[in-house]
Design a protein. Structure first.
Lengths: 440, 170
């Protein structure tokens, strides 16, 4: 890193914005194809009704809510890296934060779709919002579902603003190196940034406060999401551990997704000198730490089910591990508790492709965690008479797969049209050029 | 010959020579604008060490947001007093969540607006007193002055290590 200069950082990072290659277009076309399939499934569901998505009592929350929690969780690592690590002055964040922050915005945009898809009659989504209406009706602010509307929309707004503000100086760099339509767009988007002392002063002040506001927000959002479950009396859901358990899980899954995205990016764009072993070592430590918290939460849930003496809790947790979807529980344990333990070894944390494989397992494991919590708990409720396992259909599986394509579409556009690596922040960790270097 | 010059623009390669030039210009009581590719604490301290008013705006924005969030819950609940979940009409703990979210939302948006306002953004004309190299690896000083003072200012800038000095006409 000592051989890097401001000019070199500009050149290397702006090279990411060169016109897309043929491989990019093929990947993008495939992505759109999968997205079209997901959209077709949703249209079919709207025409047919929610039964098309396999909804049947008692499991009325299934893949859509699983996907919602999964994608909101993915977003959390971005805010952790961009805001929390900024406040801690953690220097390894500078090279990875832009990608992670972009991932946050796109993941929350994906997550935000699922409550709407799950509504069925999506055109009535505005009933969730508090607006004066003829009937004098207002939403129920004592309901966790309404808290979620506020939490997720605030999170999307603030993380998008934070993302955009971070981009302004880099868009100015892109503006000065672009031509034609791109130049016009970057000129507009950079708002006329010149990097004056006055602009930096207010920008730096605002950036600290964005980070300070986003930090409690990131912890609150997944807590509120967890209360969607924990506030109900459903066995398997009604636990006070849910908020910290979900927040740790969200950061765990988000870091997993950051690694999954960054390893191929590093290889394709030749960013080896910017995304070093040090970055993967640091992310590996966060992965290991959050994995241990999640493992502790799984163990606590099991222990409390036994220790509480509550027959419903005991029954639902026994069914979780040894019932008809016990396989999903054990996939979750394998991927979230056992495989990440490999990160104890530094040689594994600095093995980039090894970390990539672990991160894939983490993504799978965290999706299954949400599936297990939501679907299995509902399928094994208080009354054995209503116990029934849910069967996925082509429609809800198609929409779920389509959500990955929706996220992928934004991410592919992002890496080609916006500075996906933070140019200015990367320069900030380099020594400023001095004539009299010994005076520094 | 009455044409007035808008100022002198100097390009520097190093941060320490930029600081030397700032000190020399401040001694002459010149108004100046410094442009840097990255924020630099040393330069910031030389120019202006006062606190940005953005933080106060953010605080006020957050406070107003919190009050509005709580008021929304309280007044709408009183408007149609229906007991749900066995909780009181004015149930403070659940309302705190909406209050918190509105605090963050309004605080964040006020922060953005205040930052843009005090930074003079958006301002899409970047032609005056600017060079594209300031977004790459060069430091710039822009001194607005008349034609009669331009040579003297340019001399100060050159004497302090400017690699390029340009007199920009209005």
């Amino acid at each position: 890193m000592s051989t890097l200069t401001y000019k070199k950082v500009n050149e290397d990072f702006l090279s990411l914005l060169r016109n897309p290659t043929k491989a990019w277009y093929i990947l993008f076309a495939l992505d759109l194809l999968v997205l079209a399939f997901g959209a077709a499934c949703w249209i079919y569901q709207i025409q047919t009704g929610m039964g098309a998505a396999g909804k049947m009592r008692p499991v009325m929350w299934a893949l859509y809510i699983t996907d919602f929690v999964f994608w909101v969780g993915i977003g959390h690592a971005g805010t952790l890296i961009s805001a929390v690590l900024f406040l801690f002055r953690s220097r390894f964040r500078n090279a990875i934060y832009r990608t992670a922050e972009g991932m946050t915005v796109f993941a929350v945009m994906t997550a935000g779709l699922f409550p709407l898809i799950h509504l069925g009659r999506v055109w009535f989504f505005y009933w969730l919002l508090p607006y004066p209406n003829q009937r004098g009706l207002w939403p129920n602010f004592r309901s966790p579902l309404e808290w979620d509307v506020f939490a997720v929309s605030t999170y999307l707004t603030i993380s998008s603003v934070f993302f955009f503000v971070g981009l302004i100086p880099d868009l100015a760099v892109a503006r000065e190196n672009a031509v034609g339509l791109r130049k016009k767009i970057y000129t507009l988007a950079s708002l006329g940034w010149r990097g004056t002392d006055r602009q930096w002063k207010h920008y730096n002040s605002a950036y600290i406060y964005f980070a300070a506001l986003a930090t409690p927000l990131v912890f609150s959002v997944h807590s509120v999401v967890s209360w969607d479950f924990a506030m109900s009396v459903n066995p398997g859901w009604h636990g006070t551990i849910f908020a910290p358990y979900f927040v740790a899980g969200a950061i765990f899954s988000g870091i997993g997704m950051v690694i999954t995205l960054m390893v191929p990016m590093r290889k394709i764009f030749g960013l080896e000198k910017y995304l070093t072993d040090w970055h993967f070592d640091s992310m590996g430590k966060i992965l290991l730490f959050t994995s241990l918290i999640v493992t502790y939460a799984y163990a606590t849930e099991m222990f409390m089910a036994w220790y509480s003496g509550n027959i419903f809790e005991k029954s639902v947790f026994w069914d979780r591990a040894f019932g008809p979807v016990g396989w999903a529980y054990w996939i979750m344990v394998l991927c979230n508790c056992l495989i990440p333990l490999l990160c104890i070894k530094k040689s594994m944390r600095t093995n980039v492709w090894g970390m990539f494989i672990i991160s894939i397992f983490v993504n799978i494991g965290m999706w299954f965690e949400r599936f297990v919590i939501i679907v299995q708990s509902l399928s094994h409720n208080f009354d054995p008479w209503v116990w029934r396992m849910y069967q996925p259909t082509l429609v809800d599986v198609g929409v779920s797969i389509g959500s990955f394509a929706w996220f992928g579409m934004f991410f592919l556009l992002f890496i080609k049209f916006l500075p996906a690596m933070a140019i200015v922040e990367m320069k900030e960790i380099l020594p400023a050029p001095r004539k009299n270097a010994s005076a520094a | 010959m009455s044409k007035k010059l808008s100022g002198v623009l100097a390009v520097f390669e190093h941060v320490d020579t930029t600081i030397d030039a700032i000190r020399a210009l401040k001694k002459d009581k010149r108004k100046l604008t410094v442009m840097t590719p990255v924020p630099n604490h040393e330069i910031a301290e030389e120019i202006d060490d006062t606190q940005s008013p953005v933080r106060l705006c953010t605080f006020v924005g957050g406070l107003v947001g919190g009050i509005l969030g709580f008021a929304l819950c309280a007044f709408t609940s009183l408007d149609w007093p229906l007991i749900t979940n066995g909780k009181e009409i004015l149930s403070i703990p659940p309302f705190m969540i909406i209050t918190f979210e509105c605090t963050i939302l309004f605080g964040g948006l006020t922060n953005l607006v205040a930052m843009l306002f005090f930074s003079g953004l958006p301002s899409l004309d970047v032609s005056e007193g600017f060079d594209p190299r300031f977004t790459e690896d060069r430091f710039g000083i822009w001194v607005p002055c008349g034609k009669d003072e331009a040579e003297q200012v340019a001399g100060v800038l050159r004497a302090n290590g400017a690699e390029e000095v340009r007199v920009d006409a209005a």
